[in-house]
Design a protein. Structure first.
Ligand SMILES: Cc1ncc(COP(=O)(O)O)c(C=O)c1O
Length: 308
């Protein structure tokens, strides 16, 4: 089975010209791979490579994961499956989607990449332990990766987002969904660095889960900008378009756009120590733009004006 390689030097750090009392930089993890982008690559890295090392006949290999209908992680795993000729199953939240004649761009591409989709009700989806057990019993040779790819093995992979080029930054910033990414940044950051996580999901159990995943006391969680998970308001869209026009860098509407909008407003409010170097991680997610724009067009609202 094919493995993921270390794409050394594929995520350059770029300075952003912003009118604030800090030096702001972005690390382009979105560039590590065209379709397994950003933190997804690193969360999958050891999960996939250790599975590849297990002595299982290739024809029996199967990777199963879980996610919503627009999930970047589902998209990334499906793409890996196509690349490595490994069977994949995506267990998707929302039974109502089962009888759709047209899927959204995320699910259409996943199907094109050979992923088999199993739609489950929101209630079934909530009981993750039961679902994992069910799938592991049905497919004993399968690798089962949790929603968002966040497990202890994924957290180890996030360590690759840090290196000699990230040491000079006082603050390391990333968007938070299931928490694996900031848990990894927190665990592997230098002792003089502070990690700021920008939560896009309102979930009171999240801080404890992030600690369980290995985060240390150097982590502070903030709410990202915007109206909540998967909700895109016109201000988010305006910000993303203006950011792209000014810096030439595309952001996604669910994670990085909302992180960056909040980060810049915190900088304006003097949250970061004056003159300090701040590094934001671009964790990818650009595949979500097509689906977001379909939705915005239906509602006759402003759209993200670039296509990836
Ligand atoms: C683009 C993007 N940024 C940030 C995150 C948040 O990562 P995590 O779920 O590890 O908190 C995700 C989810 O994987 C994502 O797709």
């Amino acid at each position: 089975m094919k493995k993921l390689s270390l794409p050394v030097g594929a995520a350059p750090i770029v300075q952003l010209d912003i009118p604030a009392d800090i030096e702001l930089y972005i690390k382009r993890e979105d560039l590590v791979h065209p379709s397994i982008s950003g933190n997804k690559y690193w969360k999958l890295f050891h999960n996939i490579n250790r599975y590849a090392d297990r002595s299982i006949p290739d024809e029996e290999r199967l990777i199963i994961t879980f996610g919503g209908a627009f999930s970047n992680h589902i998209s990334a795993l499906a793409s890996f499956g196509a690349m490595a000729s490994v069977k994949t199953i995506g267990v998707i939240r929302g039974e109502e989607l089962k009888n759709s004649s047209v899927y959204n761009p995320t699910l259409s591409v996943a199907i094109d990449n050979g992923m088999e989709l199993h739609f489950v009700s929101r209630e079934e989806y909530r009981d993750k332990e039961a679902l994992y057990r069910e799938y592991q019993t049905r497919f004993p040779a399968a690798l089962i990766i949790p929603e968002g790819g966040s497990n202890a093995t994924a957290v180890e992979g996030i360590g690759y987002m840090l290196g000699p080029d990230t040491k000079e930054f006082k603050y390391l910033c990333a968007a938070v969904g299931t928490g694996g990414t900031v848990a990894g940044l927190s665990r592997f950051a230098g002792d003089d660095q502070k990690v700021i996580g920008f939560g896009v999901v309102k979930d009171s159990a999240l801080p404890a889960r992030i600690r369980e995943l290995g985060a240390r006391d150097n982590l502070e969680l903030k709410d990202a900008a915007g109206a909540g998970y998967g909700k895109i308001n016109d201000e988010d869209v305006r910000f993303i378009n203006a950011f792209h026009q000014r810096h030439g860098i595309p952001l996604d509407p669910v994670y990085t756009g909302k992180m960056m909008r909040k980060l810049i407003s915190l900088a304006d409010d003097g949250f970061f120590a004056k003159g300090s170097k701040v590094l934001a991680f671009h964790t990818g997610g650009l595949q979500g733009i097509a689906g977001a724009n379909d939705f915005l067009r239906q509602k006759q609202r402003p759209i993200i004006n670039y296509q990836i």
